[in-house]
Design a protein around this ligand. Structure first.
Ligand SMILES: *[C@@H]1O[C@H](CO)[C@@H](O)[C@H](O)[C@H]1NC(C)=O
Ligand SMILES: *[C@@H]1O[C@H](CO)[C@@H](O)[C@H](O)[C@H]1NC(C)=O
Ligand SMILES: *[C@@H]1O[C@H](CO)[C@@H](O)[C@H](O)[C@H]1NC(C)=O
Length: 318
């Protein structure tokens, strides 16, 4: 009860501190839909250099979870190595309070020099179902060594085939500067000259655009992607024999990264953790259901929400 009061008192103060998006600006980034679904058979002689080998368990040590829990959601996903030689990225995506699941590498110790490449590629498949188009898939990268606001994203999709491995190209030209789920209108283009510091992937209910638009047909619940590789590719226009050479990145450990964070973040993060713990959000989510579906008063819902475990509530929902 005390925690709840603390939460109610501090919530506006803390959330006000989170950088807000400017709601007035409009206009799109120069993103062309057509290039987002190139697959291997269309691309004969391009040069591919793997960087993250998801066919080996070591790749997972470089990755971290990035679900909507960081901003108020209750989705969960995880990466797990399969002894069949690939990595499963899967979980349960819930739209309540969020609506995305993801993972990302820890920041690289040195920038990964990718200026010779034309884009990222991945080898993977959507293994859980045949509806990749009912989710929004986004690939993310950063050109700065922090976890600040400067994130570039590009959409991609998986072919509708659960059994074959697909190579999906994500050209640098498709990337837009984003803030949260939205494209920053007229933002700068992705400039890879100084190298990149991070890669990541997200499965989201938010359409890739300047407005926070939700996919009308979004398929929430369980999903599983299987991955073998993430790397970089170079288009070969002529019959040149220039191999694309990309060094393996070294990532910062979690503790090294924390040391680099600005003081304000160091102070805020534990408070965030306390106030926005996932279990408390699950409880709140259950409470919302109680209030909406059963027309309970707030006081009564709070009482019930604390008297009954959220799981039990979910099961007893009509
Ligand atoms: C999926 O790909 C495999 C291998 O290319 C092929 O044999 C199979 O017919 C495809 N399945 C569908 C549903 O297209
Ligand atoms: C990209 O960044 C480099 C410096 O890292 C700069 O010299 C170059 O002009 C930038 N290119 C564009 C197109 O902005
Ligand atoms: C974005 O939202 C604004 C109003 O909120 C609307 O006028 C505009 O048409 C929308 N743009 C797109 C591309 O949907």
């Amino acid at each position: 009860m005390k925690l709840l009061l603390l939460l109610l008192i501090l919530c506006p103060a803390v959330t006000a501190w989170i950088p807000r998006k400017d709601p007035t600006r409009e206009k799109g980034c120069t993103y062309l839909q057509s290039s987002s679904l190139e697959t291997n058979h269309l691309l004969g002689t391009d040069s591919y250099t793997p960087v993250f080998h998801f066919s080996r368990p070591e790749a997972l040590e470089m990755m971290g979870r990035l679900d909507d829990a960081i901003m108020g959601g209750i989705s969960t996903s995880s990466l797990a190595f399969s002894s069949d030689g690939f990595t499963r990225w899967g979980g349960v995506c819930r739209t309540d309070g969020g609506g995305f699941c993801g993972f990302r590498s820890n920041p690289f110790r040195q920038p990964l020099q990718v200026a010779d490449a034309d884009g990222f590629y991945l080898i993977g498949r959507l293994a859980s179902d045949l509806e990749p188009e009912r989710r929004v898939w986004k690939f993310s990268t950063r050109t700065k060594p922090d976890r600040g606001e400067v994130v570039y994203q590009a959409p991609f999709s998986f072919p509708k085939n659960q059994s074959a491995w697909h190579r999906v190209n994500i050209p640098f030209d498709d990337f837009c500067l984003v803030r949260g789920p939205r494209i920053v209108p007229n933002g700068p283009l992705l400039n890879t000259t100084g190298g990149i510091y991070q890669v990541g992937m997200t499965m989201s209910k938010f359409v890739f655009g300047t407005n926070t638009t939700e996919l009308t047909d979004f398929r929430d619940g369980f999903f599983e992607v299987q991955l073998k590789e993430i790397g970089l590719y170079k288009r070969q226009q002529q019959l040149s024999k220039n191999e694309l050479i990309i060094k393996s990145p070294q990532v910062l450990s979690e503790s090294e990264f924390k040391k680099q964070q600005p003081l304000i973040l160091k102070l805020m993060v534990p408070l965030f953790r306390l106030l926005f713990s996932e279990s408390s959000r699950r409880r709140k989510s259950a409470m919302r259901h109680l209030r909406e579906r059963r027309g309970l008063s707030r006081g009564r819902a709070i009482w019930l929400g604390y008297a009954i475990e959220p799981k039990a509530l979910a099961l007893s929902d009509p």
